[in-house]
Every structure is written in C-alpha cells, then in structure tokens.
Design a protein around this ligand. Structure first.
Ligand SMILES: Nc1ncnc2c1ncn2[C@@H]1O[C@H](COP(=O)(O)OP(=O)(O)OP(=O)(O)O)[C@@H](O)[C@H]1O
Length: 360
C-alpha cells in the first residue's frame, strides 16, 4: 500500500492588492521527508508556508494534514489544532521561562510525562546540561537547538521552517543543520523548509521545489534539479554559469567549441549554451597545440587568462576567449594560478552543458 503523504496542498492561491503572490501552488510531503521551497526573495515562499501554518487564509486551494482537511474554503482548522510545528529565524524562546519551561510549553499530559519528553529532546539536541538555564544565558546556536526541541516536543506531524538557520554563523549553521536533519528524520516529521540559499536546499532537501513569481516552476531531487535545470535562470540559481551564444540550423548549433545538439529547436533560434565553471575543462599540457576534437568534449577553443584566484577549495580562472572576446570562467579543484596572458585550450563536456532557447 502506498503511504499517504503527511502534508498535501492543492492549488493554493493568495493575492495582495490584486497581485497573486502565490499562484496555484500544490505540494505533498511524506513522513520523514524534507521539501525545500527555494527561490529568490519575494517569490511567495513564506506566504505559502504561512497558509499551511494557518496564519494566512488562502484565496483558493485546500490543505490536508494526514488526510484530514484543515482548510478548503469551507472548513478551517486553527493553527494550534493542525499538528504543525513552526520554526522561524526570529522565533525567539520565551524569556520568562527556563529551557525546560520553553520545551514543555506546548505539551499536555502528566507532569512526569512532560518532564520525560523534555529530557528526551534536550538529550537529543545535546542540551541536557542547560535544562535549568535561561534563554539569555545561551549562545545563538544553543537557543536554536532549544527552539528545535520546543517545536518537536508535541510531536507535530508537519514541521514548517522559514530560514531557521540564517541567524547563525557559518560553522555553527552546518552543525545545527545536520543535527536538525537527523532529528527530523528520526521523528518521521514531514518538513517544509523555506530558503533562498541553494546550498542550504541542496544540503537539507529530499526534494526541492523551485519557486518563481508565485509558482513552483520545477521540482525534483537536488541532484536532478542541479543537473537538469529547466532554463538558464534555474541553472544560474545554483552556481555561476558561463553562457555561449549559438544559432540553430538543422537541430544543431555551430560554435567555436564545435557543434551542440538542439533537438526540436526551430532553425534560426538563438540559443544559450550554459556550462558551469567546473565543467569547463582546461587542457593543461599541449605546449600551445590544442587537443584533437572528441565526440564528448567537442572542439577545443583557445582563451587567454585574465585573472586567476584561489578560493580555498578551488581555483577560479577567468579567460578572454579568442574567438569572440567573450569571458568564460573555469573552476579547477586544486591550486592552479596561471599568469595573466597565458594562452590555454578549453573544452566543454557535452553531457554537462544545457542548451536553452534565449528568452527575451
Ligand atoms: N500581508 C501582505 N500584504 C501585502 N503584500 C504582501 C503581504 N505578505 C507578503 N506580501 C508580498 O507578497 C510577495 C511574496 O512575499 P513572501 O514573503 O511570500 O516572499 P518570500 O519568497 O518568502 O520572500 P523572502 O525570501 O524575502 O521572505 C512579496 O512581494 C511581498 O511583499
């Protein structure tokens, strides 16, 4: 039997001043699954989350938690009765309650039951030593861990998180993210996480839903979204990109790097051939001679190094291409800092580039 999703939303719409900021958004999340709503500022991520939480009324659409309708234009279940936990960046702890009091806040049952759940969760977020501390005595990361324990304490079926880690410094953020991920998986909570950071989505998500102007424009596993973006903007959202212009003739585009396939694209269409810096291959050892063309890597083209920078995990080398003076950037996963003015041959992995008809 197929397990029913814990959270389902169908056709959510929300307009402000006649403008649809959420426009027909549907999603479903299973137990222990993390869905990331990813997109630029203002694309409607938070409004979607707020509708699921029940603090914003949709103009249209339905929401179900474990198959129970919590909102559909007729029925309305208030936020506190939806079995939905919330964790936001500025979701502060109650300053007048100690750590135990904060985590116990939403719990019902006997005093002993509540105490047991508080202790269990604090142990899992490694905050047992702080059970009697006050919020102001904790660091930002510690407060975040208590907030996570508090949100999970009532065993919500669905957890909604809006940029929950953005207030933390980098090192702490990675640690807390991993911790949070483990805990959410263990609890089997269905999670919707809102973020505008692709790195965060790649790290946390089982599925990414890419949003743009109120709509989900692409969804899939992080690997698929990264490796098969729907258009140039989707590719550019995840990393810097290089773009080579081409014009289609007979389902092919002729460029200085050889031919690229453009199946189904009408003749005369201008296309963008998009390639990420790590897939632009530098041919290191040719003493001025380019390598022979291959079916996978096409024809080599020569560029002159303009600048090379070491970024820690990679070197970024900027080239001015001889064929048209355009700029291309290659990423090399090691220290590689050629002098400005050095000519080098570049090749493009055919299986790593995307060909999109140019928009606008
Ligand atoms: N209560 C409101 N009244 C009017 N406009 C609103 C209201 N809430 C949100 N908006 C507008 O709706 C659009 C979407 O906002 P939303 O907060 O959902 O975007 P977001 O993708 O979460 O952005 P961010 O990452 O910046 O939080 C924005 O243009 C915002 O100004």
């Amino acid at each position: 039997m197929v397990e029913r999703p814990r959270l389902e939303a169908d056709g959510l719409v929300r307009a402000f001043d006649g403008r649809r900021v959420v426009d027909d958004v549907s999603l479903s999340v299973g137990a222990g699954q993390i869905l990331c709503l990813l997109g630029p500022s203002g694309c409607g991520k938070s409004t979607t989350l707020r509708m699921i939480a029940g603090v914003e009324h949709p103009d249209a659409g339905a929401i179900r938690v474990d198959g129970r309708t919590v909102c559909n234009g007729i029925d309305w279940v208030p936020p506190e009765a939806r079995s939905v936990g919330l964790m936001f960046q500025d979701f502060a702890l109650f300053p007048h309650l100690d750590v135990a009091g904060n985590v116990a806040f939403g719990l019902s049952g006997t005093k002993a039951d509540k105490r047991a759940r508080v202790e269990e969760l604090l142990e899992r977020v490694e905050m047992s030593d702080h059970i009697a501390s006050w919020p102001h005595e904790l660091s930002g990361g510690e407060q975040q861990r208590v907030a996570l324990a508090r949100a999970l304490a009532p065993r919500p079926h669905v957890m909604l998180m809006d940029e929950p880690f953005s207030g933390l410094d980098n090192r702490l953020r990675d640690e807390i993210r991993d911790h949070t991920l483990d805990l959410l998986k263990e609890e089997g909570t269905a999670v919707v996480l809102v973020t505008h950071e692709p790195d965060e989505a790649m790290r946390m998500a089982d599925e990414i839903a890419l949003m743009r102007e109120g709509r989900i424009v692409q969804r899939g596993a992080p690997y698929n979204i990264y490796n098969a973006p729907m258009d140039r903007a989707a590719a550019a959202f995840f990393s810097d990109i290089n773009v080579i212009e081409g014009r289609v003739e007979g389902a092919l585009t002729e460029t200085a790097f050889g031919q690229f396939l453009a199946p189904g694209v009408p003749d005369g269409t201008v296309v963008d051939i998009v390639i990420r810096p790590q897939h632009l291959k530098i041919d290191f050892d040719r003493q001025g001679r380019g390598p022979l063309p291959t079916p996978v890597e096409g024809t080599p083209a020569r560029g002159i190094v303009e600048r090379a920078r070491f970024m820690g995990g990679e070197s970024l080398v900027e080239f001015r291409m001889e064929f048209d003076g355009s700029k291309l950037v290659a990423s090399v996963p090691q220290v590689f800092l050629p002098e400005a003015g050095t000519p080098l041959w570049l090749m493009i992995r055919r299986d790593r580039c995307f060909v999109f008809p140019r928009v606008g």
